[in-house]
Design a protein around this ligand. Sequence first.
Ligand code: HEC
Length: 211
Amino acid sequence: MAEKPTSVWMSISFWKRSAGWVTGVAAALLIWLTFDTIPQMLMGTDEDMQNGVTKRVPSPTVINYKITYEMSEKRGHEVPVIGEKEEFFGRSDYSYDEAFALLNLGKLTVQGKNCMNCHTLLGNGAYYAPDLTKAWLDPRWENVAGKKEEAMAEFLMDPSTYTHSERMMPKLGITADEAKGVVAFLKHMSSIDTNGFPRNFGKIKGAINAR
Ligand code: HEC
């Protein structure tokens, strides 16, 4: 009697070989994507900025410059534009190391005080309080009497000054140095090209969803 032809779908070796190929191709793709993403995530240098090389995450020395956003027709959302020099706490000549140290202090404070418990930073965190990704560009800081960075630092040390919402931020015992670091951290974060995220930040002039 002739053997019954068995369908390929019933063949164990077919499935074993397919599983091997799928795992192999997926692993190769993930490795390639990892290496493709690394240069996009690496922080730029001060030379990049001076030579007009745009990086998604600019050098910490971006705190020496004015940050604005402009609509990009090609990308369909606003993109960061690093402009002319601008004073930050009375200086616009922070070296890479100084700016890096300031950002680091800000980052440690943000982690230590668990700001993410209430706020969102680059998509991570809670929705109890405003998204901080572009807080540096919130026009409320343009309308203060003094300098914007100083007003923000004062607010962080004592949120009852410049309070803006019915929901008040608690006083977290932030020192003047820590506040300066946090403001530097927030200024740098606002310069990161986040592909238009958060979508509705649009508080800045000229943005699609400008309020
Ligand atoms: C218990 C919740 C809570 C925690 C924790 C918290 N905040 Fe807030 N924060 C708020 C609320 C509520 C507001 C809105 C009140 C206002 O703007 O007056 C706010 C507002 C802000 C603003 C103004 C936002 C804007 O668009 O200008 C900044 C900046 C800010 N917080 C930074 C921080 C930082 C940095 C930390 C951590 C060191 C932190 N917050 C921790 C609740 C919190």
